[in-house]
Design a binder for this molecule. Structure first.
Ligand code: GLC
Length: 423
């Protein structure tokens, strides 16, 4: 597409510049004043459309927050801000820069691989990817040891925030077992920057903070956190994204790694490929997350259930069922992809991850639909995403029924996806 055919490209580039705080982007001013993990992976790919040097910097900045054990935190608090709760004092992690103590979906290796493969400046890309590769390797080893200690092939998520889909109805039952008492005084800031009707509810927030208190009391030790967490879920989104990322890491290891690296990655991929089918829910006719404390599949269809396509891991009958589901959703809403099944009783078209469309998820799903040889559906998802952004602007998320842009405005990852889809 030429510049004239992408009417918001200029604005999208301007938003990335405006949200740049010096080598990293905040997701949006005020509402999210720090650097977020999976946002950065998409934002880097967005920068790569017009400024590759700056794109690599985005990833290097995020990795300044990486822990010695390999964890890449959900948030890196590069500079203080009063606009967000819970800030560094609540997490209580003595590091420079301060970080939160949980993670987010690992899109990073995929971003690095795609940036390397698509690079115009090959010399720069080779040098940067080579330097970043060991951090990615350590991060995937962390996922293995911290979150799949029994080598089941599925990693565990300990906080809804780790899924990136904070208040999805998929977490309702598991989260309901988390007590609402908190040691930390709750001073929400998000509801002063955005309409409370489109944000998570108060009680959910108390449970979110209860988990943070619990992990802080566990000294942020991965084994203790895993043992004491009252929330333990095998998230279909995170597991699919990690399986995809492992394949991209293997491609990077072909260039920068050792035979031992490649063997370890290949073993994890084989294990994950064997395990992901356990997240198929026959009654639902789709992939779903699994509540590991309850020992049961979570019977809610969400957009994350389509991400095994992005992981290149679904059988032909599964692909047929997933694409048929997407077509049923398309008949119920105006814009794909609603974050929750629009026929589900807990679908809410305006509330965050309970219904709205998110551009980053659409990008991953469209990518997966290409792999599944459904270029028609991939084009529909991409076309809907571009149409939403062009009519409403670079919003945080969109109402799937009428396309209204909601949440924060001038959002970095929405800008990045727009640039990627119209490049
Ligand atoms: C919200 C979203 C999460 C995102 C963050 C910053 O917490 O749920 O996915 O990373 O905002 O944009």
């Amino acid at each position: 597409m030429s510049a004239t055919a992408a009417p918001r490209a200029e604005e999208a580039r301007r938003i990335l510049h405006a949200n740049d705080r010096g080598g990293y982007c905040v997701p949006t001013a005020r509402l999210y004043p720090f650097q977020w993990n999976w946002d950065s992976a998409f934002v880097a790919m967005g920068w790569a459309c017009f400024d590759e040097a700056r794109a690599w910097q985005e990833i290097e900045s995020l990795l300044k927050g990486q822990w010695e054990d390999g964890l890449v935190p959900q948030i890196v608090f590069h500079a203080p801000s009063d606009d967000y709760f819970p800030g560094p004092d609540v997490w209580g992690i003595a590091r420079t820069p301060p970080t939160s103590g949980i993670t987010q979906p690992p899109v990073l290796a995929t971003a690095v691989r795609l940036m390397l493969d698509g690079a115009r400046d090959k010399t720069l890309a080779e040098a940067k990817a080579h330097a970043i590769y060991p951090s990615l390797l350590r991060n995937h080893a962390w996922w293995q040891s911290a979150r799949d200690p029994s080598s089941s092939g599925l990693v565990t998520t300990l906080h809804p925030w780790e899924t990136g889909m904070d208040n999805s109805p998929a977490w309702d039952a598991a989260l309901a077992r988390v007590p609402t008492e908190t040691k930390t005084e709750i001073r929400r800031r998000d509801t002063t920057h955005a309409d409370p009707a489109v944000r998570p509810r108060g009680e959910e927030y108390q449970r979110f903070i209860h988990l943070v208190d619990t992990f802080r009391d566990a000294g942020w030790d991965p084994a203790r956190m895993y043992a004491v967490s009252p929330f333990r879920v095998a998230d279909i989104g995170t597991n699919a994204i990690l399986l995809r990322a492992e394949q991209d890491l293997l491609a990077l290891a072909e260039r920068f790694g050792t035979p031992d690296d490649r063997a370890a990655i290949a073993t994890r991929i084989a294990r994950k490929r064997a395990a992901l089918p356990r997240l198929w829910n026959g009654a639902l006719g789709g992939f779903a997350s699994f509540d590991q404390i309850e020992g049961a599949s979570i019977p809610v269809s969400t957009s994350a259930g389509l991400l095994p396509l992005f992981a290149h891991c679904a059988t032909p009958p599964q692909i047929a069922a997933m694409t048929a589901q997407l077509e049923r959703w398309a008949a119920r809403v105006k814009y794909l992809v609603p974050s929750t099944d629009p026929g589900h009783p807990r679908f809410e078209q305006l509330r965050y991850w309970r219904g709205p469309v998110w551009a980053v998820v659409n990008w991953m799903i469209a990518n997966g639909l290409d792999w599944a040889n459904r270029a028609d559906l991939a084009a529909l998802v991409r076309g809907n995403t571009v149409a939403l952004i062009e009519s409403q602007g670079l919003s945080e998320y969109f109402d799937p029924t009428d396309g209204r842009g909601i949440g924060g405005a001038d959002f970095s990852w929405t800008a990045a996806i727009y640039l990627m889809l119209t490049a």
